[in-house]
Design a protein. Sequence first.
Length: 491
Amino acid sequence: MIKEQLCRTRFAPSPTGFMHIGNLRSALYAYLLARAKHGKFILRIEDTDRARLVEGAVDKIYSSLEICGLDHDEGPDIGGPYGPYVQSERKDHYLPYAQELIDKSEAYYCFCSKERLEALAESGQIGYDRHCRDLSPEEVEARLAKGEPYVIRQKMPSSGSSEFVDEVFGRIVVDNKELEDQVLIKSDGYPTYNFANVIDDHEMGITHVLRGSEYLSSTPKYQQLYRALGWAEPAYVHLPLILGEDGKKLSKRHGATSLEDLLEAGYLPEAIVNYIAFLGWSPGGDTREIFSLEELCEHFSTEHINKAPAVFDYNKLAWVNGQYIAALSPEEFLAAGQSWLKEAYSGLNSENEKILAEILGSRIQSFSEIPEKIAFLEARPALTAELFYNKRQKLDCNLSLRVLEEILPELESWTEWEREKIHTYLMSLPEQLGLKTGQVMGPPRLALAGQKVTPGGAIEIMMILGREESLKRLQSAVEFLTEESKNGRDD
């Protein structure tokens, strides 16, 4: 009985900027597959494109994975048995393999200048014209001896077709005439992404390669390298495209497209991971939409990855995020939303922040909604007669004035401002005044907030604002309604 090979997946980003949604999904699926199969998830930094490197981008990769809970088993920061895990530190690994391919006539030296290649492109030539492919060994040696700059290109078959089986898209056939003689080693001695990718995957024992479906047509190039070097190929898992709601590839024009953007917009990492997991995958017969990372690991399978492009729906993401926010304890809510609360309300303190967490938790879908939801705490909107009119509750300016004139003197007499005391008092008034609860609780809430819709009731708002500000706003409302009554402008 042949023992199944331990599953080893990798996430191999280039340190060229932020963690894009597509990159994050690739990392997530590679992580989930490794965990589902009790294997290893490896982080590798592919920094061979030196011109596009961005300072600090490697740290962003580390922090992004940590924020999302995607802990890797091997990588540049923690080491492992197949290091180094940074391509620029593996530079000496690649040239011997390129030389082996040259010796096997599977690769060749190309001396074409940048100017010649640019002229080819301008002439309408599609891809490299294989100008140096059949140079004689003598000419190659002479040009190398003169120190002419060169690259090493892969010698692709010029006829027939190549095929492979992808775990998502099934059998794929590509005409070999479409395969360009790609560069393996650049003139600066660094390997290209495609070449280093294959070498590193082999040396690190990667068993499953997960990447975007845009790489489907170029996969035969990787196959040719594996076969030329006599290596077993990994399993290929190509992921569907991620589109905007307009059907075009997701980009900045659609909104937030990176993990950093989404976090800044007030989305929780757990919600982002949950939503992104469903961008091209489903848990089979399980109809739930909210999954913890641990549950995703248990349910994940490449069999349930879809071929069709996934649409990034910001409304659905907001809904998922709202579910996570609603499930937070007040302490967790404050830990996640503290900066938003501080920015929105200068009167925030250790007492009223707990009430804000209580009333906002089930009323927002992202923390970025907080400033708008509680703007009235910082500056109450101007009062209007229409504000105090509610046909359903049979509420108008006169009744509102009557209620506030009853409440204000009592509250002014209190030296202690306690939630339970305010609650007991206000809840006793409907019976005393012969009114409905809404007719009593509505006027003070409207007076305090200056708007019809609020994330909390009168009692919560009073506790958040405190005694002094609450009494000031109630008195201001009494004065406003008194003036409205004098002028006969009641609704």
